[in-house]
Design a protein around this ligand. Structure first.
Ligand SMILES: Nc1ncnc2c1ncn2[C@@H]1O[C@H](COP(=O)(O)OP(=O)(O)O)[C@@H](O)[C@H]1O
Ligand code: SF4
Ligand SMILES: [Mg+2]
Length: 351
């Protein structure tokens, strides 16, 4: 399958405390995204998801490793590739200039590409239609729109350059369930019609379950598990992924907490990471050997990888029933207050 984006061994450090300390925000991250495919990056806050997205977009300064876009080095060809990758942010209002009309906001990315005014207007009308807004909305200002409509404008702005890749950084977390479901349906429709590849950054596992073909689980800057979404959700193999999915289940009375799906203890500081596996202080499966070196990446199935030295023993036990239940629970969460049912979502996804 043709890779739109190929991220290879990317690391990003930030100097903090007056340059005296280093935050290792992203640590040796690799993944690929194909045409018409969605890869979800999930993980707790601070795991490095946004920094990965910002490195792709050239918004985070220099980094180690390489990012190639349709076979070309993205850093070297950023000018020529302007508009081919776009980003949609979490806060719909913050990404729009309140003094600019919707027409001006949506057309803005084309100004940098020196597109004529007539062509900008034509593309703006087409892209407003794509996101379900009318030409009459073009004269409005951001404050006159609902959060869901503002996010549609954010998507229209991104899509106006007809990008091959969209980085979606928590695009639905600021929305109510009904607007969230509408935005998810819109993103699915755009991908089906245009073939756009998505990097979908989210901590909302219920949404990821529907939207993503593949999921990469990040913890303290590293991808600890990556695989097909159905596989990772039904049979998570890394203790961190199991903890993350388990934490969604815990409030539900029907699913008693399982010790093997719970993380305890302190998260290490990103400015003082331990020598071995970063999860050692929280992992229910930890043994002494875990603390000596960072676990290498190992295949645990077709296109399914984890970083854990106990992969042979974990994730193949009866505890997997818990995660089958998660799928049912995630469908319930997603359908609360939503005009879309899980089956509508499924059919949208499959076209
Ligand atoms: N500009 C920055 N300067 C210093 N530290 C940063 C900066 N951006 C992110 N970080 C740190 O990098 C780590 C990863 O952050 P981030 O990528 O925002 O994670 P996530 O999106 O998963 O919540 C965090 O420890 C965060 O505090
Ligand atoms: S390597 Fe050890 S500490 Fe790390 S996730 Fe695996 S079992 Fe847990
Ligand atoms: Mg973030």
């Amino acid at each position: 399958m043709k890779a739109v984006l190929k991220v290879t061994n990317v690391s990003k450090r930030f100097l903090v405390r007056g340059g005296r300390k280093v935050v290792q925000a992203v640590n040796g991250v690799s993944f690929q995204i194909a045409v018409r495919q969605t890869l979800a990056l999930v993980g707790e806050s601070g795991s490095g998801k946004t920094t990965v997205g910002r490195c792709i977009m050239g918004l985070s300064g220099s980094f180690d490793g390489t990012i190639s876009f349709l076979g070309q080095d993205l850093e070297q060809h950023r000018r020529a590739l302007l508009g081919r990758t776009q980003i949609v942010f979490q806060e719909p209002f913050d990404q729009l200039d309140p003094r600019m009309s919707i027409a001006q906001s949506v057309e803005e990315p084309l100004v940098a590409l020196r597109v004529s005014a007539a062509e900008r207007r034509r593309k703006r009308n087409a892209v407003l239609e794509l996101v379900g807004l009318g030409q009459e909305d073009a004269s409005l200002y951001p404050a006159q729109l609902s959060a869901g409509q503002q996010q549609r404008i954010g998507i229209a702005r991104a899509m106006i350059t007809d990008p091959d890749l969209l980085v979606l950084d928590e695009p639905t977390s600021a929305l109510d369930p009904s607007a969230r479901a509408e935005i998810i349906a819109l993103l699915m429709k755009i991908q089906r019609d245009r073939g756009t590849a998505y990097l979908f950054i989210s901590h909302d596992l219920s949404t990821v379950r529907f939207l993503a073909d593949r999921v990469a689980v990040m913890y303290l800057g590293m991808i600890v598990e990556e695989g097909p979404t159905t596989e990772v959700f039904a049979r998570p193999r890394h203790p961190y992924s199991r903890g993350l999915l388990g934490s969604v289940l815990l409030p539900h009375p029907g699913f008693p907490p399982s010790d093997e799906a719970q993380l305890s203890g302190e998260i290490p500081s990103p400015i003082d990471l331990p020598k071995g596996c970063f999860l050692a202080s929280r992992c229910p499966f930890v043994i002494e050997a875990c603390k000596t070196a960072i676990p290498p990446v190992e295949a645990v199935g077709p296109d399914h990888f984890i970083r854990c030295i106990r992969s042979d023993e974990i994730g193949v036990s009866a505890q997997n029933d818990v995660f089958e239940q998660f799928q049912i629970e995630s469908e319930r969460i997603l359908s609360v207050g939503s005009p879309l049912t899980p089956s509508t979502m499924e059919s949208l996804h499959n076209g």
